[in-house]
Design a protein around this ligand. Structure first.
Ligand code: HEC
Length: 224
């Protein structure tokens, strides 16, 4: 009799214990689930913000770069056209020599980027292509010589700066100042010599590769 009563108490206690254990276990499971989901959230957040600062698609950069380069070319071109209409290529040279850099600088401020025009055969000595730009221009020239089409490029540096580089080709209206002696009048040649004694930007033909637009976006440009 006593034995069965003892047994009964024992099973009751152990049942209670099992219940408590079960409860503890479920609390532990819930806790760890919550913790895991928290830490998961954090990692997704982190990769997202990293993506924003580092992983901008090339297509986004190309689109933005093209629109800025085209806008800048249009602004420069219309200034030049106006000056030439008024006073011929001579007036155009004066405008270019005094305004071209100022204009690209102020456009840089408007677009909140850094805009340059560079060349392997530069007129203004500040526009000489650096080593990276030189490599790109040379590879484009090789492609042109082989009849392969060339396309704008996106460069990425270690410090998260993104640069857009696009070819500038010689159009018909450029050869009065950048062409051969057949197209550049003696007066224009004289004026060019005056302003640019080391001018290398001559003897181009229509369609030639003249240089490149180089547009550098600041670090946080695409982070919005
Ligand atoms: C009226 C003369 C004139 C015409 C037309 C002209 N340019 Fe120029 N170009 C200049 C002068 C002057 C400079 C130097 C500007 C400076 O000192 O910043 C220059 C500079 C440049 C540069 C910067 C690189 C360098 O050599 O210094 C590029 C690129 C360029 N021209 C392309 C063109 C293209 C493309 C066209 C036609 C769409 C064109 N130019 C038409 C006079 C002209």
């Amino acid at each position: 009799m006593e034995k069965t009563e003892n047994n009964y108490i024992f099973t009751k206690i152990s049942n209670k214990l099992i219940e408590i254990m079960k409860k503890l276990l479920s609390v532990a499971i819930i806790c760890s689930a919550v913790l895991m989901s928290c830490s998961n959230n954090e990692t997704t957040k982190n990769t997202k913000s990293d993506e924003k600062s580092v992983k901008v698609e090339d297509s986004t950069v190309l689109k933005k770069g093209k629109s800025i380069a085209m806008g800048s070319a249009k602004t420069l071109g219309s200034k030049l056209k106006k000056a030439i209409k008024k006073g011929g290529p001579i007036a155009g040279i004066s405008v270019c020599s005094s305004q071209a850099t100022k204009l690209t600088d102020s456009l840089s401020q408007v677009y909140n980027v850094k805009i340059k025009r560079v060349s392997l055969k530069n007129r203004n000595e500040n526009n000489l292509a650096n080593k990276t730009e030189k490599n790109i221009l040379e590879s484009w020239q090789t492609k042109i010589d082989n009849g392969t089409p060339i396309k704008p490029k996106v460069l990425r540096t270690d410090n998260n700066e993104i640069t857009f580089v696009a070819p500038i080709k010689v159009k018909h209206q450029c050869i009065v100042c950048h062409g051969t002696d057949d197209f550049v009048s003696p007066e224009v040649r004289l004026k060019l010599k005056e302003h640019y004694p080391n001018d290398k930007a001559r003897n181009y033909n229509e369609g030639d590769l003249r240089g490149a637009w180089v547009i550098t976006f600041p670090k946080d440009y695409f982070k919005k």
